[in-house]
Design a protein around this ligand. Structure first.
Ligand code: WTA
Length: 650
């Protein structure tokens, strides 16, 4: 890359004559950009990156190998992502709404937060965190409901160069503790309590319980949400209300190296405890902003609503960073789809005149099953594009979404991506590229998918099925897993040499569009949330009545996949409903309610091979209710156990 002397602004605007517009609005633009992005990926991403504001240009666009792995984008460049998300818009959009906040209770007033207010609140939070001793590189755990202060907290960390680790506020104290300890967080930001639908949750008490297992946390910043009186530990806990009152509304963004960490986000894999996926500043920024603009074809003034929680990657990239990088108005919803009734989403769409609506198939299926009478009272006339994410969408749900929500006039994008990819990888671009019901679609420019067989040989041509990998890095590919780079290598880069392996199976159709089939490893996707079967087994095994367990997924009408647990109880423990409830409580305690088994079958043994390996294939078949073709069971240590399991299946 050529470096230009002179002011940074002139470098930014003059340095490169963009070959392509930032937003590709025609199929021809997409085709040309895609071709160029595979022929000259570095030049392509330089072009995209030139649309952002950098403090200092990069001297090397990309260095990479997938063996170690070691991927670095925009080396030598300096930036602060919040300058691009906030400050950059203050010249022309200071009074425009950045965030619309819709509370859990429909009778409570919504908030409209302008870019100016967002700037001031993020700076306030950054100043308070500075007073608490947080500096560049420190890890900050954020465990909060979906309130504006959550957005301020995330962006404040990014502005000061602290590494945020947002933990979804549905995880248990044990899970919070594991995540805090894994990355030695110095500060936790939380609230007194929260409400989710009709439930109230004592958030601060969960943090207090977690912190009995943690030594790294020095301070806890407590934001008030529910006016609860909560115990405050002297010298550790700080009431944000008091600090906020005198915090300054200016905070100079810290200049970050492109490859400095931006955030850690924990996600489950097939083995062990959840791992901290690491994303870095420059590449993540470039990719989140670019994909948001192109996939949803965002136009100035539109209202974008992604219904995810910021505790998941979808919330990071498409509630906060992606939209704000584009100067968009993004809606943040505190509640759930079914409270006070199953019309809540549609009420919010009409109320705030939402143009882009992005949700998960599980929500669509659950609202579909609630009945059309919850949709009919609303016009939904402002909607232009609909999105789906997190799990494969079945055709029935796709058509229901298209007909009843999109009124057959909205573009639908089914976006495939992962915590590890940082942003959307395979999808159609709303109204621009080819889209088919229940197919994710084409790769975005800069994305090079490849299907391989189980030996790692490429399956070429269309009409093919295999394991989905990517063969070239994109700017927001994960850089590592926190504290354990070898685990990153093993999990994603060791299965197939020189490829990033997603863990998913996929089909490429006759037009080159991808359909995601689902995980091919021991990860199950429950309502769009990822869990490792081993992670749930470990939780179940914590129950003192349990000797051993094996967990598999099974098809579930609403959740996509449900959790089916086979459990061996200790002698003398009674196999009854009460025991099932106790095991569910154990899982809720160890991980959180979101991971509780849907079905528990008590068994006297598990189908193991002579080498002690559980034959999960058999357990999956039984859980699916398909016992006609259990395959060869003669290699089992005790083939009679299969008969027992089949008889006892529920
Ligand atoms: C699955 C969520 C089918 C997939 C952004 C992937 C999908 C995992 C889709 C990542 C989709 C995500 N169609 N399956 N459109 N999107 N998945 O890390 O199995 O929570 O590997 O990221 O969800 O889940 P994660």
């Amino acid at each position: 890359m050529k470096q230009k002397k002179g002011s940074l602004l002139s470098w930014h605007t003059e340095w490169i004559m963009s070959r392509f517009p930032f937003q590709l609005t025609t199929e021809a633009d997409y085709d040309a950009a895609y071709r160029f992005s595979t022929e000259s990926p570095e030049a392509f991403w330089e072009d995209v990156a030139s649309h952002y504001q950098w403090r200092k240009p990069w001297h090397t666009t990309l260095e990479w190998n997938f063996q170690e792995p070691d991927v670095k984008w925009f080396l030598g460049a300096e930036l602060n992502i919040t300058e691009n998300c906030i400050d950059r818009h203050l010249s022309d959009k200071a009074e425009q709404t950045a965030i619309i906040w819709e509370p859990n209770e429909s009778h409570e007033a919504a908030k409209h937060i302008s870019y100016r207010e967002l700037h001031d609140e993020v700076c306030r939070m950054a100043n308070v965190l500075t007073d608490l001793g947080v500096t560049k590189g420190d890890r900050v755990c954020i465990y909060m409901p979906m309130i504006p202060e959550l957005a301020y907290a995330v962006l404040a960390c990014a502005r000061m160069g602290a590494i945020h680790s947002v933990v979804f506020a549905g995880f248990s104290a044990n899970s919070v503790a594991d995540r805090i300890n894994d990355s030695s967080c110095k500060v936790v930001i939380t609230t007194d309590a929260m409400s989710r639908g009709a439930k109230q949750i004592a958030v601060k008490a969960i943090v207090d319980e977690a912190l009995t297992q943690c030594t790294s946390v020095e301070r806890v910043l407590v934001v008030n949400r529910m006016n609860w009186e909560v115990p405050m530990a002297e010298g550790r806990d700080v009431d944000y209300r008091k600090e906020h009152a005198h915090a300054a509304t200016i905070f100079e963004p810290v200049a970050m190296q492109s490859e400095d960490p931006l955030f850690i986000l924990y996600t489950s894999g097939s083995t062990g405890k959840p791992k901290g996926v690491l994303h870095t500043c420059g590449g993540y920024m470039v990719y989140a902003g670019y994909t948001f603009s192109n996939v949803f074809q965002y136009k100035t003034g539109e209202i974008h609503w992604c219904t995810a929680d910021i505790g998941w990657v979808t919330g990071h990239s498409y509630i906060l960073y992606g939209p704000l990088l584009n100067g968009a108005t993004t809606l943040m919803f505190e509640g759930i789809p079914t409270y006070p009734d199953a019309g809540r989403f549609w009420e919010v769409v009409d109320k705030h005149r939402v143009n882009i609506f992005y949700t998960a198939p599980t929500a669509i299926r659950s609202l579909m099953s609630a009945g059309i009478e919850h949709v009919l009272p609303y016009t939904l006339q402002t909607l232009r594009a609909l999105g789906s994410v997190g799990e494969p969408i079945n055709e029935e749900a796709w058509h229901w979404y298209d007909t009843n929500i999109g009124k057959n006039r909205c573009a639908i994008v089914d976006t495939f991506w992962q915590t590890e990819t940082g942003g959307i990888m395979l999808t159609s671009c709303a109204g621009v590229t080819n889209s088919k019901p229940a197919l994710a679609g084409l790769p975005l420019p800069g994305v090079q998918p490849i299907l391989v067989d189980s030996n790692g040989n490429e399956i070429e041509g269309n009409d093919a099925e295999g394991h989905l990998c990517f063969k070239f890095p994109w700017p927001s590919i994960l850089r590592s897993t926190w504290g354990d780079h070898e685990r990153c290598r093993q999990t994603y880069f060791a299965t197939y040499p020189n490829l990033y392996f997603t863990g998913d199976g996929a089909r490429r159709d006759e037009d080159g569009l991808y359909r995601i089939i689902g995980r091919v490893d021991d990860v199950i996707n429950v309502s769009g949330h990822r869990f490792g079967t081993a992670e749930i087994e470990n939780a179940i095994n914590q129950n003192k009545h349990v000797i051993e367990s094996a967990v598999v997924g099974f098809p579930h009408d609403i959740k996509g996949q449900g959790i089916y647990a086979y459990v061996i109880l200790a002698k003398g423990s009674e196999a009854n409903q009460d025991m099932r409830d106790r095991i569910i409580e154990t899982v809720a305690h160890e991980i959180g309610r979101i991971a509780k088994p849907d079905k528990i079958q008590f068994v006297s043994g598990l189908p193991k091979t002579r080498s002690g390996k559980i034959m999960r294939r058999i357990l999956r078949k039984v859980a699916e209710g398909d016992v006609s073709s259990l395959g060869d069971t003669t290699t089992l240590l005790d083939p009679t156990i299969v008969e027992e399991i089949v008889k006892g299946a529920n």
